[in-house]
Design a protein around this ligand. Structure first.
Ligand code: AMP
Ligand code: ZN
Length: 488
């Protein structure tokens, strides 16, 4: 049974979807005004782990992620760049999809853009007008539309925020003097000169950020659905406003389980564009860090805890990934004695059980990783003592595969992914970690050649191959159990 901390109730709850066997989930996606930073990707990696876990537990999943391609920031930046909104955002949509691939983020079933759903947003605002919870101010052509918070008494239930003192929160436009109550938020913004706008039955203008997510989530997932996710900063006002808009329009509960991830910090402060303390994925790749190490780091701390970003932490993450990869290679290439150990079989089964239980318990990734590394340690010890029989190899490989269906870091695909995107990414890719590096298969092929050279006692050729590999960043070690290799 899966259990999640639900921000709405403030409790860890057993998860039951509204429809048996099927989960409908909405994920607030990126605002495409710039490259996403790795703080954003902490939230996207958490969402990916959640997605993979739901599927691994047998649920049929329908996940929708939006792309906010119209809001104050995208408009401001496109005006500054002197290009249309669409031209401007297109580049960052593409970049985001590439970043997703690099970080092995699975694609949600639906990725939807705000600018392609203006009609749905207008229709939702019209419903709110009919119910008397929305108003236009100033009235008449060219006025904006607002949500009247006073008409929605449960407002504040998600964020537990006391609005009595609130004048203007994050992303609340302080220019909106015409609102009848300072707490009211914009549903539809009247056009300003030079800004993009749409001609609609409401009049000209553009949607507010919050209405985008209400309209798109309900369009694809229904008026009530199972899970809504995002970073913790979205709780207020964004998600609070989504609930108000959706529930005021439908009279039904909007979302059953709200799951938020805590922030990625840098020196104790939230990583954010506005603070200038951020790294994009490309920044880190250009420094030679591998996508798998970045994914591992972002996934290694449970989403309910803050994660402090350091380069030391990133190096440790890279080492952890390397340990797992080397272990898998050892499992695949070493010669093991015949037979099967019942004790080892039980040890492997226990690791799998601990791993599953940790994830089922509100996605406790740290404990899940601990279960795996304890198994790797014990298995390595058994192998060193020649007490790891052949019959236990298969189940250990299965356990690794089970782990990697969620964490997705063991498959040696960093180089292939970078090579595929190299020209499009426009980042210098360093030789040792980048496209020039050898793939796992190529290394194995050269090692096979080296084995043959040694078998025919051509040691000069064997040494030459070893040296060539070293120049390509591959360290070869001859151990009593055979040949092992790792990347520099
Ligand atoms: P945005 O592109 O600004 O709409 O944000 C995309 C996602 O990243 C949202 O779910 C945010 O809550 C999340 N986010 C922003 N900053 C951080 C951070 N420092 N750590 C974790 N998540 C963040
Ligand atoms: Zn949203």
């Amino acid at each position: 049974m899966l259990r999640f901390y639900n921000t709405l109730t403030g409790k860890v709850e057993e998860f039951r979807p509204l429809e048996a066997g099927r989960v409908r989930m909405y994920t607030c996606g990126p605002t495409v005004y710039d490259f996403a930073h790795i703080g954003n990707f902490r939230t996207f990696v958490f969402q990916d782990i959640l997605r993979r876990l739901l599927k691994a537990r047998g649920y049929q999943l329908l996940q929708v992620m939006n792309i906010t391609d119209v809001d104050d920031r995208t408009i401001e930046n496109s005006l500054r760049a002197g290009v249309t909104l669409q031209e401007y955002t297109e580049k960052y949509v593409r970049a985001f999809l590439q970043d997703m691939e690099l970080l092995s983020l699975e694609k949600p079933e639906k990725i939807v853009r705000a600018t392609e759903h203006i009609e749905d947003m207008v229709a939702l605002i019209q419903r709110l007008l009919e119910k008397g919870v929305a108003y236009q101010a100033p009235e008449g052509p060219g006025g904006s539309y607002y949500f009247r918070i006073q008409k929605f008494p449960p407002y504040g239930r998600l964020s537990k925020i006391d609005l009595s003192g609130i004048r203007a929160g994050a992303r609340v436009d302080v220019q909106e003097y015409e609102k009848s109550d300072p707490r009211d938020f914009a549903l539809w913004k009247a056009p300003k000169p030079g800004e993009p706008s749409w001609e609609t039955p409401l009049g000209p203008g553009r949607p507010g950020w919050h209405i985008e997510c209400s309209a798109m989530s309900m369009k694809y997932l229904g008026e009530s659905f199972d899970i809504h996710t995002g970073g913790i900063d979205l709780t207020f006002p964004h998600h609070e406003n989504e609930i108000a808009q959706s529930e005021a329009a439908t009279g039904k509960p909007f979302v059953r389980t709200w799951i938020h991830s805590e922030h990625l910090l840098v020196e104790g402060e939230r990583m954010a564009k506005s603070k200038g303390n951020f790294y994009t994925l490309r920044d880190l790749l250009a420094q030679g860090h591998k996508p798998s190490a970045i994914r591992y780091l972002l996934a290694s701390v449970p989403h309910g805890k803050q994660l402090n970003f350091t380069f030391d932490g990133l190096h440790q993450a890279a080492q952890s990934v390397e340990r797992l990869r080397n272990f898998r290679l050892r499992l695949q290439t070493e010669k093991f004695p015949p037979g099967t150990s019942d004790k080892l079989a039980a040890r492997i089964a226990r690791a799998v059980q601990e791993f599953d239980q940790a994830l089922d318990d509100d996605l406790n990734t740290a404990e899940a990783l601990a279960a795996l590394f304890n198994l790797v340690r014990d298995a390595n010890t058994a192998m060193d003592r020649a007490e790891f029989p052949r019959g236990n190899v298969g189940p250990t490989g299965d356990a690794l595969a089970r782990f990697d269906r969620i964490f997705a870091v063991i498959a040696e695909d960093d180089h292939a992914k970078l090579a595929a995107l190299k020209d499009k990414l426009e980042v210098p890719v360093p030789d040792s970690g980048g496209a020039a590096a050898l793939s796992e298969e190529e290394v194995e092929r050269r090692l096979a050649e080296r084995r043959q050279a040694r078998a025919r006692r051509d040691f000069a050729r064997a040494d030459q191959i070893r040296q060539e590999l070293l120049e390509r960043g591959i360290i070869v070690e001859d151990t009593k159990n055979g040949v092992r290799w790792k990347r520099k």
